[in-house]
Design a protein around this ligand. Structure first.
Ligand code: GUN
Length: 285
């Protein structure tokens, strides 16, 4: 089994990005800026945003964390998003999900300027994605595609099965894999016999949010398996795939942690850099 080492690929790409940013800053005299909005104090989200901040600092992206209490009103969040939309030093902005139930995540995300949507979650950017037009791609699906290509895995002609249908992973990775020539099946909570589908997969992407949902009996021998899940079980992080069992049947497998997670962060940083370059061109700085 070949380990799809997201940490290694991401850190190589982050170093390349650091050079590109340093060159751009030398010419244009301004660093890229990323604003991260986090609401509440969900420990998992806090650890993700810290990871994003640390990685930003490493590559030379100036980041600012706006941590709001879970009692914040919608108007207060909107005021912050609008302020950041106007701030010329902010090239990318993300709203860390999930947010508390009294707030409407889709509404707030769509208020982020499309040109600053570093997560690629804005309805217009998702529309471009689904119409196969150039746009900012959601970070996790983009990171998965980068990881596959780093291991010379070409999805063309493969049966790709995706477990999970979220707007941030399952649905957009289906789009990207279909564009790359794979035949797509999306499984979800209402799927009758999930193992029937997953056993057809040459490439299996699991993003269900359920610890060790996928065991060896659900995987075709020789399949490539990408595990997007991060679940805390007995104080340990585990994926949606039973790593120890599936490593005996898969040809390629991502670990959790250090698989998809670092690739998501790398994709977010690359998105921020791309938005920064667009802003420099637009402003002719
Ligand atoms: N929550 C889980 N994944 C993500 C992500 O990629 N971006 C944001 N903003 N929130 C998330």
């Amino acid at each position: 089994m070949i380990l799809l080492d997201g940490r290694k690929v991401a850190s190589e790409r982050n170093l390349q990005l650091k050079d590109k940013i340093a060159q751009a800053v030398a010419v244009h005299g301004r660093e890229p800026g990323l604003a991260i909005i986090m609401i509440g104090d969900n420990p998992a989200s806090l650890s993700y945003v810290k990871g994003k901040g640390k990685a930003s600092a490493l590559v030379g992206i100036k980041h600012e964390l706006h941590q709001l209490p879970d009692t914040v009103t919608e108007d207060e969040v909107i005021a912050l998003i609008e302020k950041l939309n106007q701030d010329p030093t902010v090239d990318g902005m993300i709203l860390q999900l999930p947010i508390p139930d009294h707030l409407d995540d889709a509404k707030l995300i769509d208020l982020i300027a499309r040109e600053k949507d570093a997560d690629g979650f804005h309805v217009v950017n998702q529309g471009y994605l689904y119409q196969k037009k150039p746009t900012t791609k959601p970070a996790t699906p983009k990171g998965i595609m980068t990881l596959l290509s780093a291991y010379d895995i070409n999805p063309k002609g493969m049966n790709a099965v995706i477990v999970g249908r979220s707007n941030i992973v399952g649905f957009p990775i289906a789009r990207l894999l279909m564009d790359a020539g794979a035949t797509i099946t999306i499984c979800h909570r209402q799927t009758k016999d999930m193992a029937y589908h997953t056993k057809q997969a040459d490439l299996l992407v699991v993003s269900a949010g359920r610890a060790r949902l996928v065991g060896a009996d659900m995987v075709k021998p020789g399949a490539i398996v990408v595990d997007v899940g991060v679940n805390r079980v007995d104080d340990k992080l585990v994926g949606d795939v039973d790593f120890e069992a599936v490593k005996e049947v898969a040809s390629h497998l991502t670990p959790v942690p250090k698989g998809v997670g670092p690739m998501t962060i790398n994709a977010l940083l690359e998105n921020t850099y791309e938005l920064y370059m667009e802003h420099l061109v637009a402003n002719k700085v």
